[in-house]
Design a protein around this ligand. Structure first.
Ligand code: PMV
Length: 343
């Protein structure tokens, strides 16, 4: 007997960044993210008696992805020992190009975690966590830390911090405080500056924080920034929001530049885009800002109410700095949705 479960799960972009971890995949500092919408993964996982893993990526048998999925299944088996008797076929589609430089681990692993939780429930196993979504967040985290945040929509916090009741290192929670309606309307246009392999894997990147001279200060700063966001998010103060989010992004890159070994992950065109955004913000007085992942691409952030002007700026001024003029227009999304129809 085989059973198939399907989920569409989105990527997310951190506003206060998780950078540094300890075993088993626990964060050195809390983080908060916007869950995205258009950048998502659709995964159907089939479980049948047997052993081993098969991965179909965009319909194509992709053995090179098998070790990553096997490692994930291995890491979650202590919570789901039944998996040892099952063969798992993962049929997965990314809405964004694989080579785009957008990490598919958050969307892909959260989608798979949700499928595993469905399978466990269908088999009648009691979940170790209080509910299915929390269990999925824990499992996703064991695959990739930031994936823990993708199981919920909107603003999501992962990592215990004093200003967010219920926050925890093991799983993510929906941001529990008041949020001004301007924030759920936020757009995130991802300018694709460099679409190659990452210069530093996120595992290697997190390891750079061990013994980093600024580590303790940085971890304390992340707690402070999340606490500071409470009044910003409540009042809709987009200006202070963008200042804080940009400072977080540049701190992440500053930490990598001051690591041993050191990495410069921005490219010259990354910097051109950042400068152009700040100049445009000054001149236009429109609330347009940026954040960065651990890479060269720039996430351009702005509320829906300035979308028309912001998109003119993106296409006319920023796109020439992107590789082949490419960008992806995304927005804050509602979180994962189950896929009911057969593949
Ligand atoms: O989840 P990982 O191990 O790929 O690390 C993600 C790290 C950042 O994207 C740079 C920050 C974050 O909080 O997502």
């Amino acid at each position: 007997m085989s059973m198939t479960f399907g989920w569409q799960s989105p990527s997310n972009i951190a506003l206060v960044k998780y950078w540094g971890k300890r075993d088993p995949q626990l964060p050195s500092n809390p983080s908060i993210s916007f869950t995205l919408d258009t950048c998502h993964t659709q995964t159907r996982a089939t479980f049948e008696a047997g052993h081993g893993v098969q991965v179909l990526l965009n319909g194509v048998d992709t053995p090179s992805f098998v070790p990553k999925i096997e490692q994930f299944i291995g890491r979650i088996q202590h919570r789901h020992p039944w998996l040892a008797d099952y063969r798992v076929t993962v049929d997965t589609f990314n809405s964004f190009p694989h080579s785009s430089g957008i990490a598919s681990s958050a969307s892909g692993l959260s989608a798979l975690a949700l499928c595993v939780v469905d399978a466990a429930q269908a088999l009648g196993h009691a979940l170790p966590a209080v509910d299915a979504r929390r269990e999925a967040s824990i499992l996703a985290r064991l695959g990739s830390g930031s994936a823990s945040r993708s199981v919920y929509g909107g603003l999501v916090v992962w990592g215990e911090t004093h200003s967010v009741p219920g926050s925890h290192d093991d799983y993510a929670v929906v941001y529990p405080h008041a949020v001004h309606p301007i924030f759920p309307s936020f757009r995130d246009v991802v300018m694709l500056v460099d679409v190659g392999q990452k210069a530093v894997s996120s595992t290697a990147g997190h390891a750079l924080m061990e013994g980093h001279p600024f580590a303790q200060q940085r971890f304390a700063q992340a707690h402070q920034n999340i606490a500071h966001l409470q009044s910003i998010l409540k009042t809709g103060d987009v200006w202070t929001f963008l200042d804080l989010v940009e400072q977080e992004a540049l701190t992440l890159h500053g930490l990598m530049m001051s690591s041993q070994p050191s990495y410069i992950l921005m490219r010259p065109n990354t910097l051109h885009i950042l400068e152009a955004i700040r100049a445009y913000r000054r001149e236009s007085r429109l609330p347009i800002g940026f954040t960065l992942d651990a890479g060269a691409n720039v996430h351009v952030l702005f509320p829906a109410e300035v979308e028309q002007k912001a998109m003119e700026f993106v296409t006319q001024v920023l796109a020439p700095y992107a590789k082949d003029g490419r960008y992806m227009a995304d927005r804050v999304g509602q979180g994962p949705v189950p896929l009911n129809e057969p593949a």
